[in-house]
Design a protein around this ligand. Structure first.
Ligand SMILES: Nc1ncnc2c1ncn2[C@@H]1O[C@H](COP(=O)(O)OP(=O)(O)OP(=O)(O)O)[C@@H](O)[C@H]1O
Length: 625
């Protein structure tokens, strides 16, 4: 059976190539620089097996020349060049990659690697240029040729004059349109920025004449201006260097240059993996919280490089949300890129890297906690809340990963402690991990509910972050110990002497019922307290929602007016209770007044608003006169 070949409409294909592959026009320069770098690497590889060739690194460079008057941008390289046939084959055939063919023919060593593989990058030039002219002289050839094209209409190849081996690409930059300013591709600063962004670690120097301004002698306002050829890229990726060669200063310089933050990194993680997927990564844990960190504007992610060429500035898939504060980069030579180099063909590789990095970050944080406690506490001050959000979010899916990294303020130690440290020193008879919630450590310390747990000799964790109780609810237990709020109506231990006798409960039932009716709708119950010592009154809660949770839930925009089941607890040993009893017997109006006062006092202690402050102050006055 005759096999019929597919046909392609070249013009349409080229248009698609030019307009549909890349989301950003600026990447045309990355593509042309990568081609130039490939062309020079090819000489390097040839020289490895060809004795008649020598490769002196200093002879190889890329030069970028913008010319505003002529509206041209020229990219020169001293690479392997192209013969007439190669110009025709490589630039005249879409999706033909001379570089891929070269890579397949040559054994690649030394970390030098050829970037090109799809045979389309060159056409990105047409995103910004009306005419693209390529003048090239191939290694071992005496003749040079000029390839020229204005896009879809085809190209011409004519003989040209060129002294040296290599390639010169001249882009005639498009005129500005209403939506697009092409002028930026002729601007020295913008070009520098694009080169730094994508091609900073190309291993050959990328040179450009840049304007240097120095103050005129004896003047602060007048300047001398001259141009000087400078190398724009850093060339050597520090992540490929041996860790032993690098100092803290080197990493700090990299952190600043890459603009990961305005602070200094608190911790640097440099890792190279040579497994199923090879990659290098440098990760930083910043010292300070970025100003927008806890806002919607903050974007997590690591820079992703393929062979030293930037693919993504913020690859969010590399970091879980709970480690979103981590900055840095990953470079891998094994990524299967898609044709635009903006995405990966498969996320399996990325998932694998992310999983490894996640483990690495966790272990580094654990070792910081163990060996450099003070540093860990600084870190925790900045990003602890994010870890606690991590415990809470995704229905607690990551709580196991994070539970050993979170800390809370301890009533005993008067500093931040981990859950492991807390459980370690728990007395044998202590049934729960106790915590109290409030606006500040001081306020929790002074809560009447705290007193009893303290006196029992148990440590209390102080929760001052909104997320704390929610995170703990998600955690449910740590090392099989449950968490218990000090405001919970059942603390789980006997309070021997303070325990009101049953007869006392019974005896006062009528009084409690009266008070409960007075406070109907406001409290679930009125009871004799098992916990109060010096204070006359406090709240405890029945059920899942605590008072702190009520406060937080009600401060949210879509609040559903959730209420904690409050129990008004009375200290039957307190003198005030005697007054209540007297009032109950002789003056019920007075009892109503006292009940309202005590209820409002309990609200104040908890930091809850009093619904009618004027009535409250009037009530106090009534007692005073
Ligand atoms: N400056 C150059 N010097 C020598 N050869 C070049 C140069 N630029 C392009 N070529 C040749 O043209 C081919 C096509 O280039 P193009 O940029 O379209 O694709 P590529 O670099 O091979 O792949 P990719 O699309 O992945 O970048 C290259 O493979 C290379 O053989």
């Amino acid at each position: 059976m005759e096999k019929i070949q597919f046909k392609a409409e070249s013009k349409r294909l080229l248009e698609l190539m030019i307009n549909s592959i890349y989301s950003q026009k600026e990447v045309f320069l990355r593509e042309l620089i990568s081609n130039a770098s490939d062309a020079m690497d090819k000489i390097y590889y040839k020289a490895l097996t060809d004795d008649s060739l020598s490769f002196k690194k200093e002879d190889y460079y890329i030069k970028i020349i913008p010319n505003k008057e002529k509206r041209t941008l020229t990219i020169i390289d001293t690479g392997i060049g192209m013969t007439k046939g190669e110009l025709e084959n490589n630039l005249g055939t879409i999706a033909k990659s001379g570089s891929l063919a070269f890579k397949n023919e040559t054994e690649l060593k030394d970390g030098h690697d050829i970037i090109g593989q799809f045979g389309v990058g060159f056409y990105a030039a047409f995103m910004v240029a009306d005419i693209v002219t390529v003048i090239s002289k191939a290694l071992g050839s005496d003749n040079a040729y000029r390839w020229e094209s204005a896009g879809a209409d085809g190209y011409t190849i004519t003989p040209a004059n060129k002294e040296d081996i290599g390639t010169e690409i001249i882009l005639t930059i498009k005129e500005n349109t209403e939506d697009e300013t092409y002028d930026e591709y002729l601007d020295e600063h913008r070009l520098k920025e694009i080169i730094k962004k994508y091609s900073d670690f190309i291993s050959f120097p990328i040179k450009m004449d840049v304007t240097v301004r120095t103050p005129k002698e004896g003047s602060n306002e007048e300047f001398d201006e001259y141009t000087e050829e400078k190398v724009i890229n850093s060339m050597v990726p520090i992540w490929r260097k041996n860790k032993n060669e690098l100092t803290t200063e080197d990493y700090e310089k990299f952190y600043t240059e890459k603009r990961y933050g305005f602070d200094k990194p608190l911790k640097t993680i440099h890792t190279s993996v040579d497994g199923t997927i090879r990659y290098h990564a440098i990760l930083f844990i910043p010292e300070k919280t970025p100003f927008d960190y806890y806002s919607k504007e903050y974007e997590k992610g690591l820079e992703l490089y393929s062979n030293g060429v930037l693919i993504m500035s913020k690859c969010s898939d590399l970091l879980p949300d709970y480690f979103s504060f981590v900055k840095g980069m990953v470079d891998s030579e094994d990524l299967s890129l898609n044709i635009s180099r903006e995405m990966l063909q498969q996320d399996r590789q990325l998932k694998l890297i992310a999983k490894n990095l996640n483990k690495k970050i966790k272990n580094e944080l654990l070792s910081l906690l163990k060996n450099e406690r003070e540093k860990y506490e600084t870190f925790y001050q900045s990003f602890g809340r994010q870890l606690k959000y991590g415990v809470y979010s995704d229905f607690g899916m990551n709580k196991e990963v994070l539970q050993d990294l979170i800390m809370f303020y301890s009533s005993k130690e008067k500093k931040m402690v981990t859950l492991a440290e807390y459980v370690e020193r728990m007395p044998e008879d202590q049934p729960f991990i106790y915590y109290g919630s409030g606006e500040s450590y001081d306020r929790i310390e002074k809560l009447p509910q705290t007193e009893l747990v303290h006196d029992k000799g148990y440590e209390v964790l102080y929760f001052t972050d909104e997320i704390d109780e929610f995170a703990i609810r998600m955690l449910r237990t740590y090392k099989e110990k449950e968490f218990k709020s000090i405001s919970s109506s059942d603390l789980g231990f006997e309070t021997e002497n303070e325990q009101p006798s049953e007869s006392e409960e019974k005896e006062n039932k009528a009084l409690f019922d009266y008070m409960k009716t007075t406070l109907s709708g406001k409290v679930k119950d009125v009871r004799a307290s098992k916990r109060l010592k010096s204070h006359p009154v406090c709240f405890s809660t029945d059920g899942e929602v605590t008072i702190e949770m009520e406060k937080i839930l009600n401060s949210m925009p879509d609040s559903q007016n959730i209420k904690a089941d409050k129990v008004l607890e009375l200290n039957v040993s307190h003198e005030v209770f005697q007054s209540l009893k007297n009032a109950f017997e002789h003056d019920q109006e007075k009892l109503t007044l006292y009940t309202k006062l005590l209820y409002n006092q309990a609200l104040l202690i908890e930091g809850l608003p009093i619904s009618d402050p004027v009535e409250f102050t009037n009530d106090i006055c009534k007692v005073m006169v």
